[in-house]
Design a protein. Structure first.
Length: 210
C-alpha cells in the first residue's frame, strides 16, 4: 500500500518492523482495530495504558472499560496524584500495555518523546505484551524526520492540550526550551526486540493523534 504522505510504502514499513522482531498488523478502520484487540487481549487479564490521543479518538479506552478486564484506568476522575503514580508502577506488571507512538520510520523503528517516562518506560520493559496503535499519518522516512515531526508537531500540540505554558504553545514550534514544564524530556528510539512480537504495532488507515 502506497500512502499519500510522501509516497511511503506501508508494506515496506511492516516488513522492516518484522525484521526488527516487532509485530506489524493493519486495520482498515476502527472495527478492524477492535477485532484485532479482541484477539490480542484475552478476557480477565490486566491491561495498562499510556496517554494517546489516537486511542481516545478511536474509542479504545471505552472499549477496554466495557470488557471483562482489569483495566488500569489512569483516566478515572476520582484518582489522586498518588493513586495515578501507583497505576504507572502497576503498568510494569500488566499482561498488556497499550499506547500510541509519535512516529514510525521506514526502517521499522518507533520514536517517542515523553515528559516523565510513564508512557515510554513500559514500552521498553515490564509488560508481557505491548500494543502500539498508530495512524498511518505517523509514518516518516527516518529517525531525523521522526524527531523533527515529534518536536515540532506532536509535542507542541500536546503541550497546548495540557496547558503547559511552554514557549512552543505560543510559538507553535519547539525551540528546545528549558522551561520547567517542558514535556520533551525523554527521547526514546526502539530499534528492535529481544522477545519477538512482544511489541505489536497496529496501523490504522487514516489520520489519528498528533
Amino acid at each position: 500500500m502506497i500512502l499519500p504522505n510522501e509516497n511511503l510504502d506501508l508494506e515496506a514499513v511492516m516488513a522492516a518492523l518484522r525484521k526488527n522482531r516487532i509485530g506489524a498488523y493493519f486495520a482498515a478502520d476502527r472495527d478492524g482495530l477492535i477485532s484485532l484487540l479482541e484477539t490480542f487481549i484475552p478476557d480477565n487479564t490486566t491491561v495498562g495504558c499510556g496517554d494517546s490521543m489516537t486511542l481516545e479518538k478511536l474509542g479504545v479506552f471505552d472499549e477496554l472499560r466495557r470488557r471483562e478486564l482489569r483495566f488500569l484506568d489512569k483516566y478515572e476522575p476520582s484518582l489522586t496524584k498518588e493513586e495515578k503514580k501507583e497505576i504507572y508502577r502497576k503498568n510494569f506488571y500488566a499482561d498488556t500495555f497499550i499506547t500510541g507512538t509519535n512516529a514510525v520510520t521506514m526502517d521499522g523503528k518507533l520514536f517517542n518523546i515523553d515528559g516523565n517516562g510513564s508512557r515510554v518506560a513500559p514500552m521498553l520493559y515490564g509488560p508481557a505484551q505491548v500494543l502500539v496503535v498508530v495512524g498511518t499519518n505517523k509514518l516518516v522516512k527516518n529517525t531525523e524526520e521522526a524527531i523533527e515531526r515529534t518536536r515540532q508537531i506532536a509535542a507542541t500540540l500536546d503541550a497546548k492540550r495540557l496547558k503547559k505554558g511552554t514557549p512552543c504553545t505560543v510559538l507553535n514550534g519547539c525551540i528546545d526550551c528549558s522551561h520547567k514544564n517542558r514535556i520533551c524530556n525523554d527521547f526514546v528510539l526502539i530499534a528492535g526486540q529481544f522477545v519477538e512480537e512482544r511489541i505489536k504495532v497496529i496501523f490504522v488507515a487514516g489520520e489519528y493523534g498528533y
